[in-house]
Design a protein around this ligand. Structure first.
Ligand SMILES: NC(=O)c1ccc[n+]([C@@H]2O[C@H](COP(=O)([O-])OP(=O)(O)OC[C@H]3O[C@@H](n4cnc5c(N)ncnc54)[C@H](O)[C@@H]3O)[C@@H](O)[C@H]2O)c1
Length: 264
């Protein structure tokens, strides 16, 4: 198939591109390179450096490469930043996504896989999270993912589109060529690995790591701003971060052993 990977110069998109090429597909990467890396794009893929909101380039790319399916990875994805700049997240993760759906409809591209997030569940009542668990995002990042999922549902109901949304979190791993490279890095697994490799002496779990402390500071700031703006007082429970693994009943049972040999 001829597949467009939006955000294909980013962490997950570059690996997806490599895998699609290995499986024999033709891949066009569509990325503005604001957060991605040119060198992460496999040489056998075609790179179009452009923004999803550049409607002319988007449509001409879909047409010129006779695209048959889209893997939609392009997004902003920092929970902390989304609390500080919710408009930025709605614009990129929802409005730019809707522009993609319109361009697909007008060029008869009917299949899309969306990189959603477990952040759509918010604070789940049960773990592991069931696919049918209620969706109650607790930050603008998760809300933007859920809103775009609804747009996908509407587009499919109106005919001409088939879609799948993948709600994962804490993606980890690397290929021989590419690994994770975010700046700043806020994801748990690379932070843990930096500590294990001696590159960061501070504990990566809990609230004491600078990345989490910064996230908590921004969330507190967003809460204060909301109250100043007349919003309702936020509940005092901690906002979940999809980059931070939630504690399970098994963890509680194992706590003494983990504390003895853990990374703290
Ligand atoms: N990393 C995770 O653990 C994780 C977990 C769940 C979901 N996701 C989702 O998966 C996707 C990829 O995540 P990632 O960690 O690889 O992120 P990333 O930041 O490494 O990659 C995103 C890419 O999209 C590009 N991009 C963003 N907005 C764009 C736009 N408007 N037009 C063109 N290009 C644009 C960026 O330049 C970047 O290369 C995101 O949608 C993210 O929300 C990530």
């Amino acid at each position: 198939m001829r597949i467009l990977v939006t955000g294909g110069a980013g962490y997950i998109g570059s690996v997806v591109t490599e895998e699609l090429l290995h499986a024999g597909h033709q891949v066009v990467v569509y990325d503005n390179l604001l957060e991605g890396h040119r060198e992460a794009v496999a040489p056998d893929a075609t790179l179009i450096q452009a923004d999803l909101l550049d409607d002319g380039t988007l449509r001409s790319t879909l047409k010129a490469h006779r695209i048959e399916a889209v893997v939609h990875m392009a997004a902003h994805s920092s929970v902390a930043e989304s609390c500080e700049q919710p408009e930025k997240y709605r614009r990129n993760n929802v409005i730019a996504g809707v522009a993609l759906l319109e361009a697909m409809r007008d060029t008869s591209v009917e299949k899309i896989v969306f990189s959603s997030s477990a952040a759509v569940y918010g604070e789940p009542e049960l773990q592991p999270i069931d696919e049918c668990a209620p969706t109650r995002p607790t930050n603008p990042y998760g809300a933007s993912k859920l809103e775009f999922e609804k747009e996908l549902g509407n587009a499919e109901a109106s005919g001409g589109l088939r879609h799948a949304s993948l709600r994962y979190f804490n993606a980890a791993g690397a290929t021989e060529k590419c690994g994770e490279h975010h700046n700043p890095e806020t994801h748990l697994i690379p932070l843990v690995l930096q500590v294990a490799a001696g590159l960061d002496p501070r504990p990566a779990q809990g609230d004491r790591h600078p990345a989490h402390a910064e996230g908590d500071r921004r969330r507190r700031q967003a809460g204060r701003q909301g109250r100043r703006d007349g919003g309702s007082r936020p509940k005092r429970r901690r906002q979940p971060d999809p980059g931070r693994r939630q504690r399970t009943a098994r963890d509680v049972r194992q706590r003494p052993r983990r504390q003895a040999g853990g990374i703290r």
